[in-house]
Write a protein that binds this ligand. Structure first.
Ligand code: ZN
Length: 207
């Protein structure tokens, strides 16, 4: 049974920093939310703590996201860390070195559905997997493999942004310019965080 939290060293409901000594199994953590909710900062915070504890770790991101940098995971706040861009879940799995005990994945919503089996395989062999990503697309719909990842995860952290219209707790990413398809890569020029009441599901003109 999972402890209800809070765990030492993190906000309420966040996972322990290391496996209990009694059983060396891995687990899956999902950090999700809208844009500007601090998902990447939270992922990098957890990765940094693992690094400080000298736990072998590696950070991946999907090759699709060239928003700020080819190799680094860069948050909107400019925090960054070296990461390995991979084209698929299969490639990710093949590039986890044997000694690694902590695997971070940023922008996990852009991976194929194979990412679910990949992180399950990693967790089953003792790896702590921390996967961060958008839980909803710009239409407010569940995003890619995130729903399945949340189901199999031991820990789910849902972060909120501040609604750009009313200051409430924002759970959605409002697209400000028209776009096609579910895939979106962009920053504060194209999106703002909004709460349920202020969110408009179809593309709207920029103010
Ligand atoms: Zn609002």
């Amino acid at each position: 049974m999972l402890a209800p939290g809070p765990f030492p060293g993190g906000p309420s409901g966040s996972p322990p920093a290391a496996p209990p000594a009694a059983h060396r199994t891995g687990w899956i953590e999902v950090v999700c939310g809208s844009m500007f909710s601090g998902k990447t900062e939270e992922l990098l915070r957890r990765m940094k703590r693992a690094r400080l504890a000298r736990q072998g770790n590696v950070l991946f991101k999907p090759r699709v996201d060239n928003r700020y940098d080819e190799v680094k995971v860069v948050s909107h706040e400019g925090l960054n860390a070296e990461s390995i861009p991979v084209a698929s879940a299969k490639e990710l799995l093949s590039r986890v070195p044997p000694a690694v005990v902590v695997v971070g994945i940023d922008e996990v919503q852009f991976f194929d559905d194979g990412i679910v089996d990949a992180v399950e395989a990693l967790a089953s062999r003792g790896v702590r997997v921390i996967a961060a990503g958008l839980d909803q697309d710009w239409r407010g719909r569940p995003f890619g493999p995130i729903p399945a990842l949340m189901s199999v995860a031991e820990y789910v952290t849902k972060l909120h942004a501040v609604c750009a219209r009313c200051g409430g707790a924002a759970t959605r990413s409002q697209r400000l310019v028209a776009a096609e398809g579910q895939l979106f890569v962009g920053g504060s020029a194209e999106y703002e965080a909004r709460c349920r009441a202020c969110f408009v599901p179809s593309p709207i003109a920029a103010p």
